[in-house]
Design a protein around this ligand. Structure first.
Ligand SMILES: [Zn+2]
Length: 474
């Protein structure tokens, strides 16, 4: 139903396009056909998905249903937060795994303090009984996940609609803004647009393809790529964390919009941006299953899809905190860097590790700025410097937006996990300032962060990037 509403609104938006690209150095290309073309393409994609879903349902009677294309709904699904999971239970019978395998639970967040997990309507009763049997308390955070998902969609539509008719010449051709979440095409159009506006300092790479044939795009910004120290920033490793690509594109925009007046610690750097490391997953999360986390590669041993890319990097790949089960949300894959996305990032960065000073990867949620190691309960030797810079970023965020972020070593805050991109960047490329930034919020909305919070959250992401850039000696 809501999808249909969105389609109607999207058609309306074809003629009323939003503005919000307040950037004088990015002159517009007022080509209405190009602008509407993107929207129409998106519209067609949505309609195609709906048609496929309908066709799939119709084919069900003939036994040829493709369940992967049917939009997943979360009506009356609940989000639970479970505290104080005893060590005994974790060692003998990991609760998250049990809820995932036996009750179809979707793990949202698991750390040393609590587990956030959503349970579908049909499994609520059984899962409740299981927790009661084992004397485990839970807090019901939400009673209808679908409502949360729908609320974000509606808010985004309203936020962009309210701009109707006020589109100015400063609007980006891509139609990007930070009032709503955008589809992959808009993000990629934005990257192309940036490259064409700043051809002397920007380069756009396609560093590989995904299992579904999508490009993996990286934007480089540099006045002197041979000499300047490098900062890599990525987002969207996990499909459902939509605030992450939004934040990375915002950082690109912030840096370039005032390029000429930027301080040396911004200008005399080589920046690499990969806003969507997992495009297949992102598209799937937007069109089919909002809570999808992994990529979309098929498994040879199971009917389940996808590998958790942040468990697939070649660093203690076989370690704790990842799953061997292809149906799990933390499935590590068949070998280290078995996934096209992981391999592409590893190859690209390995060849550019000279002068690589920082690796920043944006995720959500939790409001943490964490640094290696994640795969073992040990700090890196220069962890004092990492703690100092992380803490400075958190203090700056607090004074600017009032949001509380905590900085610490990863294993202490989030628990141990092998195969993460951050640990890999540190171990294999020698990057000093390696941080995983868990953006807003602390679980109130989780992945369904309201569009009204995109801008503020992205500013917080920018503060981390600036603070790290400043910490690196010129
Ligand atoms: Zn994540």
């Amino acid at each position: 139903m809501l999808r249909c509403q969105r389609s109607i609104y999207s058609v309306f938006l074809l003629f009323t396009l939003t503005n919000a690209f307040d950037i004088t150095s990015l002159e517009p290309i007022a080509d209405k056909n190009i602008q509407t073309g993107n929207r129409m393409l998106y519209e067609r994609e949505i309609n195609a998905n709906i048609s496929q879903a309908v066709a799939a349902k119709e084919d069900a009677a003939d036994g040829v249903i493709d369940v992967n294309e049917i939009p997943v709904r979360y009506d009356d699904a609940q989000l639970w937060r479970i505290y104080n999971i005893s060590e005994h239970m974790q060692n003998n019978m990991p609760l998250a795994e049990t809820l995932e395998n036996q009750f179809g639970g979707v793990i949202w967040k698991e750390n040393s303090k609590f587990l956030d997990i959503s349970i579908n309507k049909d499994n609520l009763k059984a899962a409740r009984s299981y927790l009661a049997e084992h004397n485990i308390d839970k807090e019901v955070v939400h009673t209808n996940i679908q409502e949360l998902i729908d609320a974000v969609e509606l808010e985004g539509i309203k936020a962009t609609q309210s701009e109707a008719g006020s589109r100015t010449k400063k609007q980006a051709r891509s139609g990007i803004n930070w009032k709503d979440y955008h589809d992959l095409e808009t993000i990629y159009d934005f990257m192309r647009e940036i490259r064409s506006k700043f051809p002397k300092i920007c380069r756009l790479y396609s560093i590989g393809k995904t299992a579904e044939g999508r490009d993996l795009k990286v934007l480089r910004i540099s006045e002197n790529p041979r000499e300047y120290k490098k900062i890599w920033i990525d987002g969207g490793i996990h499909a459902r964390e939509w605030i992450s690509p939004a934040t990375v594109t915002f950082i690109v925009y912030q840096i370039l919009s005032k390029w000429e007046s930027q301080p040396a610690y911004i200008k005399q750097r080589t920046w690499y941006f990969m806003p969507v490391v997992n495009p297949d997953g992102y598209v799937y999360s937007r069109n089919v299953n909002r809570l999808w986390r992994k990529n979309r590669s098929p498994s040879s041993s199971s009917s389940c899809y996808g590998v958790d890319l942040n468990r697939n990097f070649n660093i203690n790949w076989n370690g704790r905190g990842s799953s061997t089960n292809p149906c799990s949300d933390t499935y590590r894959g068949t070998t280290p860097a078995s996934e096209l996305e992981t391999k592409a990032v590893e190859n690209f960065l390995s060849r550019r590790k000279h002068n690589l000073s920082a690796y920043l990867t944006y995720h959500s949620y939790g409001q943490y700025i964490v640094y290696p190691w994640a795969y073992k309960a040990v700090k890196v030797k220069d962890s004092a410097a990492l703690q100092r810079v992380g803490k400075t970023a958190a203090e700056r965020i607090l004074s600017k937006t009032g949001t509380v972020y905590r900085s610490d070593v990863t294993h202490a805050l989030l628990g141990i996990a092998g195969g993460g991109s951050d640990d890999w960047a540190r171990a294999a490329c020698g990057a000093k300032y390696v941080y995983t930034v868990e953006l807003r919020d602390k679980g109130e909305y989780g992945f369904q962060l309201p569009p009204s919070q995109i801008r503020g959250t992205a500013e917080e992401g920018m503060i981390v990037a600036e603070t790290v850039a400043q910490a690196i000696a010129l």
